[in-house]
Design a protein around this ligand. Structure first.
Ligand SMILES: Cc1ncc(COP(=O)(O)OP(=O)(O)O)c(N)n1
Ligand SMILES: Cc1nc(C(=O)O)sc1CCOP(=O)(O)O
Ligand SMILES: [Mg+2]
Length: 352
């Protein structure tokens, strides 16, 4: 084997290691997380880095000497078994990043004539992708909980009532998805209530989402944050929230829903599906708006606005994975009973 063949051998080994590492990350994104955005980002990266002329370069292929590779034995003895999917992501991202670094170095040699800048760009793209994929994995269990009944505890709607006690009733009724919406409360009151409700939700293993306020979500250790189109942008909120916090986004149009999905939202909410008195100035999307959003997003879809026992089935049929209710639950004489009745009805009507 001449020296040039030895260089091609290095390129071949690292090109293979790169494709393998990227393919493993892609399989996790595609088949385990079922995340379209991450899957296509990984696929595009793999294609841009591995579908070059060099993969069909016979010189590269025939420089291969896997049987006499002195590293092969060492590698198998060395590799400790990854314990979690998180460590599989980390190990394979590292493999691919190291390969890219090696490829970048050898591409820089005049003998190979490869594009070093391509590998360098790819490596930096992969650093970000690794972070996004790992965070998405950490959020999976919370994102999977965006299903069934979602009760928004509206502090204004409940004015004068014992809000923690009302929340407990909804939780006793079986709700595992709670949002605190407090449009007129002072920051101090909002935070005190959020801390209290977060603790109560924890007792029941329920998710606790804060509406609008990143600072309150951070301060009370909420499981997530709900943001509308005029609230803080998702990308900004993501910078500050822990990686396992979920973010839900209200979308008025399919375009807004797709943007939210592409930016990494954990769910989108569409409304108002039916007329509502709870938020008088709300934009009305109707069932047709909900259906249109359902057609373009793969992430969990929450329907909100005017949902009650007589119309909830239409929202489910239109594609909602979860229904967010205020008045139909909080306005009921027995909140625990109303909650459990809704859950029973939704379970019975479940559409696969
Ligand atoms: C689950 C859910 N969906 C939609 C909204 C509405 O959010 P937004 O448009 O930001 O309006 P406000 O609730 O902040 O008035 C929501 N809060 N929750
Ligand atoms: C807070 C809120 N947001 C909506 C939206 O469409 O974005 S509708 C709404 C009010 C939901 O209350 P009820 O269940 O009592 O109609
Ligand atoms: Mg809002």
């Amino acid at each position: 084997m001449d020296n040039l063949d030895k260089l091609w051998r290095i390129v071949d080994v690292n090109q293979n290691r790169l494709s393998e590492g990227l393919r493993i990350l892609e399989e996790i994104a595609r088949l385990y997380l079922e995340d379209e955005t991450l899957t296509s980002r990984l696929k595009n990266l793999r294609h841009s880095l591995t579908l070059q002329d060099i993969t069909s370069n016979s010189r590269l292929l025939f420089s291969r000497q896997a049987d006499t590779d002195i590293g092969a034995q060492l590698e198998t003895a060395d590799q400790s078994k990854p314990e979690t999917l998180f460590s599989v992501v980390s190990a394979n991202a590292k493999r691919a990043e190291q390969s890219l670094r090696v490829l970048e170095e050898f591409a820089g040699l005049s003998e190979t004539g490869l594009d070093a800048a391509l590998y360098s760009r790819g490596r930096f793209e992969l650093y970000t992708l690794e972070k996004d994929l790992a965070a998405r994995l950490l959020r999976k269990h919370r994102r999977d909980m965006i299903t069934g009944l979602y009760v928004a505890i509206d502090a204004d709607y409940l004015a004068g009532r014992d809000i923690p006690a009302v929340t407990r009733e909804a939780l006793e009724g079986g709700c595992r998805l709670i949002q605190l919406r407090a449009k007129t409360a002072s920051t101090r009151k909002f935070l005190a209530l959020a801390v209290n409700l977060k603790e109560i939700c924890l007792e029941y293993g329920a998710l606790f989402i804060v509406n609008d306020r990143l600072d309150i979500a951070l301060a009370c250790g909420a499981d997530g944050l709900h943001l509308g189109q005029t609230d803080m942008p998702l990308s900004q909120a993501r910078r500050f929230l822990p990686p396992d916090s979920i973010i839900g986004i209200s979308a008025d149009t399919p375009e807004q829903a797709v943007s939210a999905q592409n930016e990494g939202a954990d769910y989108v909410a569409a409304g108002a599906v039916f007329p509502t008195q709870t938020k008088p100035d709300v934009l009305f999307g109707g069932l047709s708006g909900l259906k249109a959003i359902h057609q373009v997003v793969k992430i969990p879809l929450v329907a909100i606005g005017g949902i009650n026992k007589s119309n909830f089935y239409e929202a489910m049929q239109a594609g909602a994975d979860s229904l967010c209710l205020i008045s139909a639950v909080l306005g009921a004489p027995d909140i625990k009973k109303a909650t459990s009745e809704f859950i029973t009805l939704m379970e019975a009507a479940k559409i696969d």
